[in-house]
Design a protein around this ligand. Structure first.
Ligand SMILES: [Mg+2]
Length: 371
């Protein structure tokens, strides 16, 4: 069944983030989610939905640039065209528009959503290589706060059932050893600890030293210790430490993934549609990682439930995601007081239930009006 597009619209939407415990990392403070909601209408009047979770410091895109690129640059190329599958439309976007991955991903996600809805199917049923998981454990990010606040947040997430805690680390002036020690002292050996430096360490020596200082607290993963454009340095750090390396900023696209594979720079790959520039790319990259014996975990730019639905679909459906071993950054319920979609994604026991409806199973509460 082919896909013919009648209209593509984008709307800038602010999603209030709770002020207490806002994620602070080496890159800055995530205080507001200023995103773009995308609606693609098919020839049959059905609609598909996507979200561009833009942050200038992360991908160089804002909600406004994404809206402009989608409506003024991408839409004229796709509206009226017919595609056999969403990946064909994404190939056209990639051909004509460099970068702008979160904008392209929002359109690609909406096309997958529309494509599956027009078949009365779930996207999961179109990509799954295993029996889809009904529940995905979440990993909660704890910003770079002093020890007392770090403990308060860790206890809060722990009491909501989250078993994997991701500590943002590497911000000058804060003692990460004291922060992790305080949480181990308070919660004991059971929580799974991971750290995410967001590229804070400028050299391999600095990264190795910082990781070794934190190793006594039993780290399951070390995420992106070195700068995003230094894949060789990440490979060196991986050779020198025993903790598995999760690559995040250094691998946005399929091309970056090939570089990282060539250099054997990682153990686990952080994946999500916005960063990868499309859901189609996320599926292909997860399959490629599995092919070379690497695992995947879902990363995040603090998506609302609209952005989380395709992420949960990937984690549930693909065997590249050993979710029982590596929890996923599906933490919207921990940072937004209300869901942005209907029906809301169920968060229980520290994890999410992937939506079960057609497409990705959710519709935005705010967005351009219906036909
Ligand atoms: Mg990260």
């Amino acid at each position: 069944m082919s896909l013919r597009i009648r209209r593509i619209e984008a709307r800038v939407v602010d999603h209030p983030v709770r002020s207490q415990g806002a994620i602070i990392s080496f890159l800055g403070r995530h205080e507001a989610s200023h995103y773009a909601t995308v609606v693609v209408t098919g020839d049959d009047g059905l609609r598909g939905f996507g979200e561009a979770t833009t942050a200038p410091i992360w991908s160089g895109e804002s909600a406004e640039t994404a809206k402009w690129m989608i409506e003024e640059y991408i839409a004229p190329r796709l509206v009226g065209a017919t595609f056999d599958e969403p990946a064909e439309a994404l190939a056209l976007m990639d051909r004509d528009l460099h970068a702008n991955g979160f904008a392209k991903a929002a359109v690609d996600v909406a096309l997958w959503d529309l494509w599956a809805r027009s078949r009365g199917a779930t996207v999961s049923s179109l990509i799954a290589d295993r029996e889809p998981r009904a529940w995905i454990p979440s990993r909660a990010s704890i910003g770079v706060y002093p020890p007392e606040e770090t403990v308060r947040l860790a206890v809060e997430f722990w009491e909501r059932g989250v078993r994997t805690l991701k500590f943002k680390t590497g911000k000058p002036g804060l003692d990460d050893v004291a922060r992790l020690k305080a949480v181990r002292d308070r919660l004991g050996p059971e929580p799974i600890f991971t750290i995410d430096a967001n590229g804070a360490y400028a050299t391999a020596d600095q990264a190795v030293r910082a990781i070794e200082e934190l190793t006594p607290f039993n780290l399951a993963l070390v995420e992106q210790p070195t700068p995003r454009d230094r894949i060789g340095m990440l490979a060196e750090v991986r050779r020198r430490v025993s903790t598995p390396i999760l690559v995040d900023e250094a691998v946005f696209t399929p091309g970056h993934l090939e570089q990282a594979i060539d250099q054997d720079a990682f153990d686990v790959l952080s994946i999500y549609p916005g960063k990868n520039g499309g859901f189609s790319h996320s599926v292909a990259m997860a399959r490629r990682a599995r092919q070379v014996g690497k695992a995947c975990a879902i990363g995040s730019n603090l998506e609302t439930d609209l952005g989380q639905a395709p992420m949960a679909c990937l984690a549930a459906s693909l065997s590249a995601f050993p979710t029982e071993k590596y929890a996923c950054d599906l933490m919207g319920a921990l940072f937004y007081d209300r869901s942005a979609v209907t029906p809301p994604i169920v968060f229980r026991d520290g994890g999410v239930e992937p939506p079960s409806g057609p497409g990705f199973g959710v519709e935005p509460l705010e967005g351009p009006g219906r036909d």
